[in-house]
Design a protein around this ligand. Structure first.
Ligand SMILES: [Zn+2]
Ligand SMILES: [Zn+2]
Length: 189
């Protein structure tokens, strides 16, 4: 069974920094093991080791900024030659948690931050949906074993990375091939 949605046993919470005293930034980190592959955008991504989630929370005016860093190594078939390929992911996401009824203070929004509206900003924050979203957004949509991958021969299916298979891959005009087929049928009749 491949994973297609946020796993029900996932729970990522981060403590909020004390506004008066204590450290300005609170860190949290997790090592997450995904035993099943993750199926997304027609691809199956296998996590070959537990992936690392690091999160940092700090106050930004009346909101809380949480940075989420992900580190993972996945195995996925190359879209051209289908060979399983290991890809290292390192991504960084920023989420701004703001109270639903908080009127924007006119603070300039940074281009790469996402706003999450919450009902309360007390003690701790559930960042589980954002960890899942970060993971999904980290996945490569067009994974290649190498930039210059030559893919598979459309005729015999051999990997062209391993040398030429000898097939004649000159495109045949489909109308011409239909004519040839009709001629063959005639000869057989
Ligand atoms: Zn390839
Ligand atoms: Zn071939």
């Amino acid at each position: 069974m491949a994973i297609t949605d946020l796993p029900s046993d996932w729970s990522f919470w981060i403590l909020l920094p004390d506004r008066e005293e204590g450290p300005e930034v609170v860190d949290a980190s997790w090592n997450v093991e995904l035993k099943e592959p993750l199926f997304f955008a027609q691809e199956e991504f296998t996590f070959i080791s537990p992936f690392q989630v690091n999160a940092h929370a700090r106050w930004a005016d009346q909101s809380v900024m949480v940075e989420i860093d992900l580190e993972a190594t996945i195995s996925v078939p190359c879209v051209r030659c289908l060979e399983l390929t290991d890809i290292a992911l390192r991504t960084h996401f920023m989420y701004l948690y703001s109270l639903r009824d908080f009127v924007s203070s006119g603070r300039e929004q940074e281009a790469d931050e996402h706003i999450v509206l919450v009902d309360s900003l007390e003690n701790r924050l559930d960042i589980t949906p954002q960890v899942w979203e970060s993971l999904i957004l980290s996945l490569p949509l067009h994974p290649l074993c190498r930039e210059e991958c030559k893919g598979l021969c459309p005729i015999c299916g051999a990997s062209l990375n391993e040398g030429d298979c000898g097939c004649n891959r000159q495109a045949i005009d489909p109308r011409l091939s239909d004519l040839l087929k009709m001629k063959e049928d005639d000869l057989e009749a």
